[in-house]
Each structure stands twice: as C-alpha cells, then as structure tokens.
Design a protein around this ligand. Structure first.
Ligand SMILES: Nc1nc2c(c(=O)[nH]1)N[C@H]1C(S)=C(S)[C@@H](COP(=O)(O)OP(=O)(O)OC[C@H]3O[C@@H](n4cnc5c(N)ncnc54)[C@H](O)[C@@H]3O)O[C@H]1N2
Ligand code: MOO
Length: 385
C-alpha cells in the first residue's frame, strides 16, 4: 500500500484557481494562505453589557455620562466618579479600563450604585484574537467555521482550487440503472451513483458516461471521449481475470500508460492505475465496497495531491470490542466498524459485494498484511468515513 501512495504522490498537474463568493466556498480547497488585513477585534471592546469606568475606580456611586450602543463611539471621556452605560460589542470610551456587568448594579436616574465588584475586566483588547498580517488560514478544505473566519476578516470572496474534473464509466453487460426492471442475472449499477456522489467533493466537476456493455469497441469509444473531457477517469468492472475483463488492454490502447495493476489491498486487489500526459485513470474492480474504499483511500489522495494538499484523513483511536480472525492475511485489509458502548465493533461483513454493511459503519480499521488476528481490547485506529 505504501508503494501505491508513493506512486500517487509523484503525480502532479497544473493547479488552476478561481475566486468564488463566500456562499460558494464551503467544501472547496483554499488555494493560498490567508493573512488578516485587520486587527481582530479592530478596537478595544466591551465583552458585557454594563458600566465602563476607570480601571482604578473605587467609588460605589457613579455618575452616568452617556449610553454607548454597539457600533457607536462614545464622546465622553471617563473621569474618576463617572461611567458610561456600554453594550456588548461597543467600543470602549477614552479613559475606561474595566466594565462592571449590569446585573452587579442598580441604576438610580442619572447615577448607578455598584453593588458587587467584577473580578474580570470584561474587555476584549484590540488585536487580542488576531493581528493584521497574521496567517489565519493555511490551504485546506474550507469548513463552515473557516467561512466565518474569512467573513470576520472582511473577505467577500476567496481564491479556491478548481479540483480536477472526474468522469465515470460503468462497465458490465449485467448492469441496469436504478429504476429499471432487472432480468435474471442482472444487478443494479450502484457504483456509478456512489462514485459520482463521492466525487462530488471539493468542487470536482463530474461527468457520467453511463453503462457501457462489455464490448471492446464501444468501450474504447467511451474511454476516449471521457479522456478528452476529464482529468481523472474512473471505470468500474472488467479489471480482473475474467474473459470479458479487457479494460486494461483498452486503456493501454488508448495511450494510457499503466503505473500499476493489482495491489495487496482487500478489498480492491485488481485495481489498475495509469496516466497519459493529461489524464489519470483508475480501473476499479466492479464490487461496490471495493470502489467505495478505493475512492476514499486512493482517489481522494490523488485529488488532494493534484490540488496541492496532503490528504490527511481523520483517525480516532479506540479499543476493539470483538476478536478479528483472518482466513487470509496476504493483503492489507480495510474492515468496516461502528462505535458501540465506547468500543470499536467490527460490522458483520461478507466481502466486497456487501455494500449495505457500510450503512451502519462509522469508519474503517486497517489490518496490516501478515496479521492473522486482532484481539478484543487491542487499540485500533478508526479512519472516519
Ligand atoms: N479468477 C479470478 N477471479 C477473480 C479475481 C481473481 O484474482 N481471480 N479477483 C476477484 C476480485 S478480488 C474482484 S474485486 C473481482 C473484480 O472483478 P472485475 O474488476 O473484473 O469486476 P467485474 O467482474 O466486472 O465485477 C465484479 C462484481 O461487481 C459487480 N459490479 C460491476 N459493476 C458494478 C456496478 N457498476 N455497480 C454494482 N456492482 C457492479 C459485478 O456484477 C460483479 O458481481 O473479481 C474477482 N474475480
Ligand atoms: O479485491 Mo476484491 O475487491 O476483494 O473483492
């Protein structure tokens, strides 16, 4: 598996960016570090509704000079024995050094009685959260909180990477689209819809080329069209040892140079990967759990690499809740698991056609090659899906 990542990490493509409004930026890949143009907050401001007074004020009855709402600037300087009513978010008036919250006082006309001292100053100082020139965001997949941070700095637009266009071809004479009637021996094309949904990330433009039967001429025609219209082309089916598994030959005839075929990974062993001067092509096995996992692990890795990011999936550590015994151990295996009573429970899973096993999965654990068993109680790392 490490060799597969090494090959993917060697791939590059020109990084193209675009400016998008903040409302379209969530989930997109930030193109470059963002520096704050302003101090945050831009002025010393009130953290509580209350009375702004001098830092050294000791009086218990203070004269109220004015009321300062958020957005307003007070005009009266705070002198000993005086204060101004101030609202949360308002700029601190000149001379003020602390704020007593309103519930610690009683107002009496033009004066206020301070009943209780406030141990906090209740001021957020200029630049306390970030300073102009600070690097606030580094390139990443933008999350809703990052959109808020960009807005707080005053950016209405942001520069994001245009993720590679992805095309998908389903192959297999036995496939029917969902909504159609199945004849004996046929199954639904789940890969097409699943992979397009997976690819609909980071702003990837996706194209669907439908189901191409196991007919070399028709396949070659669709492959050539998809190569012309996308950066990454995904195919499913026809990469194993069967009499109709001619995808590798068709890809090589279309000028796609094989970089590897067959990997020691379960599920997904027959994976084929190659490139030409503008395309990257994954010939994936037909089994739907294989396509799901191969996309999560390898295709996402390549997409982020081509976008200038290191793919960094989230893992959570936990204790295994049940023993795992393996009948074969010649491949690194991804197993679906769920959280139950603070333990990691392997989901009953019958192999790479058992797609619905993923319905209750929180993540995948990785069992390395040569490992024959993992005992209940052992620490495992769950890759969140
Ligand atoms: N003699 C051998 N046979 C097989 C081997 C092997 O090493 N030697 N490898 C097995 C493994 S592992 C896998 S995985 C499969 C992969 O085979 P293919 O890539 O050639 O895929 P197909 O045979 O076309 O399909 C496998 C399976 O998946 C179903 N399928 C295909 N497309 C879709 C789709 N779009 N949506 C849902 N399901 C799909 C297809 O009907 C088959 O049931 O080969 C083993 N055989
Ligand atoms: O390698 Mo295959 O994807 O296990 O069934």
């Amino acid at each position: 598996m490490d060799e597969v990542f090494e090959i993917l990490d060697r791939q590059t493509a020109e990084i193209v960016t675009e400016k998008v409004p903040l409302g379209k930026a969530s989930g997109r890949i930030l193109a470059a570090p963002v520096l704050s143009p302003i101090d945050q907050p831009p002025f010393d401001k009130a953290a509580m509704d209350g009375w702004a007074m001098r830092a050294d004020e000791t009086g218990k009855v203070l004269k109220i000079e004015e009321t300062i709402a958020a957005g307003e600037v007070g005009v009266k300087e705070i002198e000993p024995g005086t204060c101004s009513a101030i609202m949360t978010g308002a700029k601190l008036p000149v001379g003020a050094g602390r704020i007593i919250r309103v519930e610690y006082s009683r107002r009496d006309g033009e004066t206020v009685n301070i009943d209780k001292d406030d141990p906090l100053k209740n001021i957020i100082y200029k630049g306390e959260n970030m300073k102009a020139g600070d690097v606030v965001l580094t390139p990443r997949v933008l999350r809703p909180r990052d959109i808020g941070i960009l807005a707080s700095m005053g950016f209405a637009e942001v520069e994001v990477v245009i993720a590679p266009a992805i095309g998908f071809i389903a192959t297999g004479t036995e496939l029917k689209e969902p909504g159609e009637l199945l004849k004996d021996g046929e199954i639904y094309n789940s890969n097409g819809h699943q992979l397009l949904a997976q690819a609909d990330i980071w702003g990837c433009r996706t194209s669907y080329y439908g189901i191409t039967p196991d007919d070399p001429e028709k396949l070659a025609e669709t492959v050539n069209r998809a190569l012309g219209e996308n950066t990454i082309v995904l195919l499913s089916g026809g990469v194993s040892m069967g009499e109709f598994d001619f995808i590798p030959r068709i890809l090589e005839e279309a000028g796609v140079q094989k970089l590897f075929h067959r990997i020691a990974v379960k599920p997904g062993k027959p994976l084929w990967f190659g490139k030409n001067d503008r395309n990257f092509v994954f010939g994936m096995p037909g089994n739907p759990v294989s396509t799901f996992i191969l996309f999560e692990v390898f295709v996402k890795h390549l997409i982020q690499k081509l976008c200038g990011l290191a793919y960094d999936p989230a893992f959570i550590r936990g204790a295994l809740g049940r023993d795992i015994r393996r009948k074969t151990w010649d491949r690194t295996e991804f197993l679906p698991v769920k959280w139950e009573n603070e333990e990691v429970i392997p989901i009953s899973y019958h192999g790479s056609s058992h797609l619905n096993a993923l319905a209750e999965a929180t993540g995948l654990i990785i069992v390395d090659r040569e490992v024959k068993k993992v005992e209940k109680g052992e620490t495992v790392y769950v890759r969140i899906i």
